[in-house]
Ligand binder design. Structure first.
Ligand code: ADP
Ligand code: MG
Length: 377
């Protein structure tokens, strides 16, 4: 990929570019916890966006999206916003840096990557993080701190791409390190690295390639349930609740709100249990917690779907150590922690049985926890 990018840069532009990359991400555990002030537990993966970039001394950005075979040229002022979706990520990052008093000049760039688009691995955050990291290095002497870089990516999604996302994806892409997951506290924004070197296991995503569009915004409804229970408890978010507190207000809240909150509170405890287990290198417990999360997401939080439950069942039947929905639910991937010796059998079974049932093959993505944003040359 690097050579393709460099060669295309040499064909299209002049001079010697610098090379940057940033990564997609997985979230091992901690789902629907961010808006409840809880923990998420992501890591950067070995699938990246890579860009060759060279300042061109003008006030224009000339960009080539190698994978799409598209080009775009645009300025740096608000009215210069490009129309192409992919270019808006680059433009947005440049604008958000300027809004914060940072500098951005014109540049030439060729970029590409190997993160599947829209599969839940956050290719968009990787794209933003690659460019924000590069522009901080090329135009700002790396004076913008890393958390601000992540926030610039998040604001880009909000203000230029119409996606009202949290901070996890950009955080993971910017801060990710090889062999380390990060437990991010979404209340305090403090985080801690935990070693993730599952020797003898592989981490594999099975992408159902279904996305159920649902009526009446289930995400908002889940949020509202959480807010109602927090209000009944007299606390700001469910982060501050435990099971005993929930039991105490059971009579004052609806049965539905009760099970929603039961998932969120349980998920906080599961993240902490996984951290403990990782500190001991106990990947069997990690896996057991992943299954518990899946059960909770499916039964209590009710954000699974038939296809994801099907994949989770196959994993369980194949003896896979851990398996769960990754992401908000209603489609997308399961993330699976699989013993090496079971890997081939599991993948074969998942692909064959899923296709037989649903008429199309799921995609399989092997991932290794790797570095996030970095300069390569
Ligand atoms: P994801 O879950 O992968 O983040 P999004 O819909 O948020 O899905 O982001 C995907 C968008 O990011 C694409 O439509 C495209 O605009 C941009 N993108 C991601 N990867 C690439 C790439 N390799 N080349 C060009 N654009 C890309
Ligand atoms: Mg995205």
């Amino acid at each position: 990929m690097k050579n393709l990018i460099i060669n295309r840069f040499a064909q299209t532009f002049t001079g010697e570019p610098c090379i940057y990359s940033s990564a997609g991400r997985v979230n091992l555990i901690g789902e629907h916890t961010d808006y409840n002030g809880g923990f998420v537990f992501p890591g950067a993966i070995d699938k990246v966006i890579m860009a060759a970039i060279r300042p061109n001394g003008t006030d224009r950005i000339n960009a080539v999206a190698l994978d799409l075979g598209e080009e775009a040229t645009f300025g740096l002022e608000e009215e210069d916003a490009p129309t192409a979706g992919w270019a808006r990520y680059i433009f947005g990052v440049a604008r958000e840096i300027q809004k914060r008093g940072g500098k951005v000049g014109g540049f030439d760039t060729v970029f590409g990557g190997n993160i599947p688009l829209g599969a839940g691995l956050s290719s968009s955050a990787a794209l933003e993080s690659c460019f924000v990291y590069a522009l901080n290095d090329l135009f700002n002497d790396n004076s913008i701190d890393k958390f601000e870089l992540a926030r610039i990516g998040q604001s880009t999604e909000h203000n230029y791409c119409g996606v009202n996302c949290g901070i996890m994806d950009q955080f993971a892409s910017i801060f990710g390190q090889e062999g380390k997951l990060m437990r991010l506290d979404c209340r305090s924004m403090e985080f801690e690295y935990y070693p993730f070197n599952p020797e003898g296991y592989r981490l594999v995503l099975v992408d159902s390639r279904v996305k159920h569009e649902l009526k009446d915004s289930p995400y908002n409804k889940r949020r509202e349930s959480c807010e109602r229970v927090a209000a009944a408890l007299g606390i700001k978010t469910l982060r501050d609740a435990d099971m005993a507190m929930l039991e105490a207000v059971k009579g004052d809240i609806s049965a539905e709100d009760y099970v929603r909150a039961r998932f969120v509170i349980g998920e906080k405890d599961r993240v902490l249990a996984v951290c403990d287990a990782l500190s001991r290198g106990d990947y069997e417990t990690v896996g057991a917690k992943m299954y518990e999360t899946h059960q909770g997401l499916s039964h209590d939080y009710d954000v699974s779907c038939e296809e994801l439950d099907f994949l989770n069942d196959i994993a369980r039947r194949c003896g896979v150590t851990g398996s769960r929905i990754m992401g908000g639910g209603f489609g997308g991937c399961t993330i699976n922690l699989v013993k090496n010796e079971l890997y081939d059998e599991f993948v074969k079974t998942a692909v064959t049985e899923f296709e037989k049932q649903y008429g199309h093959k799921p995609e399989i993505y092997d991932v290794v926890i790797s570095n996030g944003a970095q300069k390569l040359k």
